[in-house]
Write a protein that binds this ligand. Sequence first.
Ligand code: NCD
Length: 280
Amino acid sequence: MPHLTSLEDLSGDELADLLRAAEAFKKAPPGQLLDGRLVVSAFYEPSTRTRLSFEAAALRLGAKTLGFADQASTSAAKGESLEDSIRVLGGYGDAIVLRHPDTGAAKRAAEVSGVPILNAGDGRGEHPTQALLDVMTMTESLGTLEGKHVVLVGDLANGRTAHSLAPLLATLGAQVSQAPAAGLAMEGVPTMGLEEAARGADVLYMTRIQRERMAADADPLTLDPSWLGSKGPLIMHPLPRLAEIPRSIDTLPTAKYFEQAQNGVPTRMAVLAWALGELP
Ligand code: NCD
């Protein structure tokens, strides 16, 4: 069963195929590749981009979608286990796109599911399709990522996008550093200051403080436009953006976060086609 709970689920060839297909689907959408299929979106946590770009991808490939965007309207509110819900949903659709507040939820779901589980974010764990679209966006601007210096910024302890992106970048030959908000570093990645990163890196990957995943609040790191030279780094963010990026930066040609969000559709088209055995 082709689950995508982490990018570790993919072989090197599958990863390359997905990135290639995402770029191809962006240039020329493949039409009704998933005609007759039904994709279930099970979102136990808030989402704008991930849920709607998965659904847009499914609909644009001719699949139908059904699901929920608020766990309060499901039997989870009555105490049903994730495992029982997943067993049931797998009887209704051909793949399940799952977002859940518990770290490890996607792997738990994959253990009991009769249909592919696509992890759309599990707690502090992983967000593999976000990392794919992040890399697609970087590659479009930089070409190869081999030797490029990418600095992850913000709440890297709790941010699942960074947890999926850092190992993917390393696999692709990029040099990865972090500029964490105070007390919110990730393990195993060298640390530097945000100003130094803004003046020298190829990519700044900004992230917000994950307030819903911590007891006490923390201060965000904010990018100062005066640190960016005329050919500054690409500025990326999985969004939602809070105080990390002043809006004056939005008009710079290096500001890539809205393009990044758009790349969610072709990337998730590729992931759905792969999961349902229809990747060309
Ligand atoms: C991210 C997430 O849900 O982890 N959002 C997204 O999918 N683009 C980032 C975040 O919420 O901070």
